[in-house]
Write a protein that binds this ligand. Structure first.
Ligand code: NAI
Ligand code: MG
Length: 367
């Protein structure tokens, strides 16, 4: 059998810096765990524009459709602000998401013990927290028609339409149930079925899909109550599935329960491919951070944890993903901090590559 394939798109700004640390980890797994990937690397964003005049070359797009998973750093930067909208770096990323039809956006909120003091919530509320929000990404009120600003009588009216088809709900619900099967077998679906017909349909379809996953304990919650519960006692949840709009808010809320932008990974998944693996793009939540690019200050953990998500959700290596997460936990417990994580006085920040090396050393120690 051939090795699983991975397309790496480091992108712009700190993207290549954090991706260099992920490469160390990929190499370590190849050498020490017999987990080898066929890795290819390509351009996306501003750097692709510089070379090809487009933020995503057709060949790169085609490659992304073929591989088992895509790992992306970040795109953009002030240098590209003057570009026409159609060739802006972000368009490269949007094209990937759209053409791969990545409808399930996975945003974990995971608290590493050593950073529990970092949270705005009480330590015991967040310590040990490990939940996952699944946000529908390709439909809903951001896409529904009609939309626009119209004249009505003697005033204007702004219109957006929340619209979901059964099949759109069905497929994202399936992604969420599959995830729940790999995690704590608990899924909470959030909508506003009390005031929205799309919410009523959402609840019905999720319930129906749930019959195919009898092992998963399914519950439903109104999204506003869900927001309250997420801040009151987030550990009651395992996987949450919700629509595009509520997911936008709830995933940002949940992510910030636990800390810094430099720590937040994400995945966007689409339909299963022939080999059973979902179409998949893994990337840190943060951008290209032009203010610190090129200075060795970037925190590589968000990108490293994105690779850990790939291990778990594309390659069925949950144990190895946990090994990476444990290594991250261990370096943080040792007091290592990149500049974005500094809170305590007198702590000297480590560089991007020192953080990466320390994580590899912890992986080595885990054997
Ligand atoms: P940003 O996420 O790049 O930076 C926000 C702040 O967080 C900055 O102060 C930055 O230094 C810090 N930061 C971000 N990631 C960090 C890390 N790994 N380690 C340490 N500090 C980190 O967002 P911003 O400044 O709004 O956007 C900068 C550029 O990135 C823009 O061109 C924007 O369009 C692009 N962008 C790209 C995204 C992507 O590729 N997915 C997402 C968000 C923004
Ligand atoms: Mg948002």
């Amino acid at each position: 059998m051939s090795n699983p394939s991975l397309l790496i798109l480091p992108g712009d700004g700190i993207g290549p810096e954090v991706m260099a640390e992920v490469s160390k980890i990929i190499d370590w797994f190849g050498a020490k765990r017999g987990l080898k990937f066929d890795v290819s690397e390509d351009l996306v964003g501003g750097c692709a524009y510089d070379k090809h005049g487009t933020p995503l070359h057709d060949d790169t797009m085609a490659k992304a459709q073929e591989v088992d998973a895509v790992l992306l750093g970040a795109v953009g930067g002030p240098k590209y602000d003057v570009l026409d909208f159609s060739v802006k770096p972000e368009r490269g990323l949007l094209r990937l998401r759209k053409e791969m039809d990545l409808y399930a956006n996975l945003r974990p909120a995971q608290c590493f013990d050593a950073l529990a003091d970092f949270s705005s919530l009480k330590k015991d509320v967040v310590a040990g927290l490990d939940i996952m929000i699944v946000r529908e990404l390709t439909s809903g009120v951001y896409f529904g028609e009609p939309r626009g600003i119209f004249e009505e009588g003697n005033e204007r009216v702004g219109i957006n339409t929340q619209r979901y088809t059964e099949s759109e709900i069905d497929r994202v619900a399936r992604s969420a149930f599959e995830l729940a099967m790999k995690r704590g077998k608990k899924l909470c679906s959030m909508e506003k079925a009390n005031v929205m017909e799309s919410g009523i349909l959402w609840r019905e379809v999720v319930t129906e899909v749930g019959k195919d996953y009898p092992e998963v304990e399914l519950s439903h919650m109104y999204a506003d109550a869900g927001a309250m519960q997420l801040t009151r006692w987030p550990k009651q949840f395992d996987v949450i599935v919700t629509d595009n709009l509520f997911g936008d808010l709830l995933s940002d809320l949940a992510a910030m329960l636990t800390g810094s932008l430099g720590m937040l990974p994400s995945a966007s998944l689409g339909a299963p491919m022939e080999n059973g693996r979902p179409k998949a793009l893994y990337e840190p939540v943060h951008g290209s951070a032009p203010d610190i690019a090129g200075q060795g200050k970037a925190n590589p953990i968000a990108c490293i944890l994105s690779f850990a998500m790939a291990l778990r959700y594309s390659f069925d290596k949950g144990d190895e993903a946990a090994r990476v997460e444990e290594a991250v936990n261990a370096v943080l417990a040792d007091g290592l901090r990149t500049a974005d994580l500094l809170g305590e006085e007198g702590v000297q920040p480590v560089s991007t590559s020192e953080m990466g090396d320390a994580i590899v050393a912890k992986l080595e120690a885990s054997l």
